[in-house]
Design a protein around this ligand. Structure first.
Ligand code: DX5
Ligand code: ZN
Length: 228
């Protein structure tokens, strides 16, 4: 049985980027990971921030960095993000024909490995590689933008991945990303997700730290437990 704890990963894409460090400081104490969306304008139709922004934040923020690469040819960027000390690096399985090679490469460089799946990508692509990763990042919107609506059709996929992880005895994080708020959080947690990536919901709140604490309390009071 997997036993990962519930984690909240604020996504800085939802923050006011004009005062990014101030925004991150609002969640530093209560969050578990800092989610950083790197987009290249090719894999997704948007461009965000890259290595320089991550370098500037590293050392100023006391949270593990969870880099979500939404880029073509992710292999080109892994070494650089790992060298900066990013604790998790996730690549999209749709962006490579050699996921196994990339998993090894990220590990060699000293980071933990995440694999992201677009909403229309089937979970069977994780066959044979699930025991070798640390996190599966299930996209609950089509990636590229913050503030989109959660896609409920992805719920069964979360459950299937969670069951496969239990069956194979692998203790991984199951993260969800896109349209997560108080209502959708409860749904995904019921299906077995334990890492909630949240952008606009957290950073639009007048008190992001308090929101995180309240959400964690609410979900644990409801007996948060992975579904079997
Ligand atoms: C979307 C990004 C998400 C985004 C989520 O492509 O991967 O991390 O920041 O934003 P919200 O929580 O606003 O949907
Ligand atoms: Zn993301």
């Amino acid at each position: 049985m997997t036993s990962q704890k519930l984690k909240i990963a604020p996504s800085i894409l939802g923050a006011d980027l004009g005062c990014l460090l101030n925004e991150v400081k609002k969640v530093e104490k209560d969050a578990d990971l800092l989610h950083i969306d790197v987009m290249d304008g090719h894999f997704v139709p948007n461009i965000t921030f890259g290595l320089n922004v991550v370098k500037s934040l590293k050392g100023k923020v006391n949270l593990p960095f969870d880099v979500h690469l939404m880029v073509e040819e992710p292999e080109r960027w892994i070494e650089a993000f790992a060298e900066v000390g990013c604790e998790f690096i996730s690549f999209h399985i749709e962006a490579t024909v050699h996921p196994g090679r990339l998993i090894n490469y990220i590990r060699e460089k000293g980071s933990r490995v995440g694999i992201a799946l677009n909403p229309a990508t089937p979970e069977c692509l994780l066959n044979y590689i699930l025991p070798r990763v640390d996190m599966i990042l299930v996209m609950t919107v089509n990636p590229g933008f913050g503030g989109q609506d959660f896609l409920p059709e992805v719920l069964p996929k979360i459950r299937t991945i969670s069951r496969s992880a239990e069956k194979e005895g692998v203790d991984i994080d199951i993260a969800v990303d896109g349209g997560i708020n108080e209502v959708t959080a409860e749904k995904v947690v019921k299906e077995g997700a334990n890492v909630l990536v949240m952008g606009s919901y957290i950073f639009k709140s007048p008190d992001p730290g308090k929101l995180i604490v309240n959400l964690k309390n609410k979900l644990s009071n409801r007996g948060f437990k992975r579904r079997k």
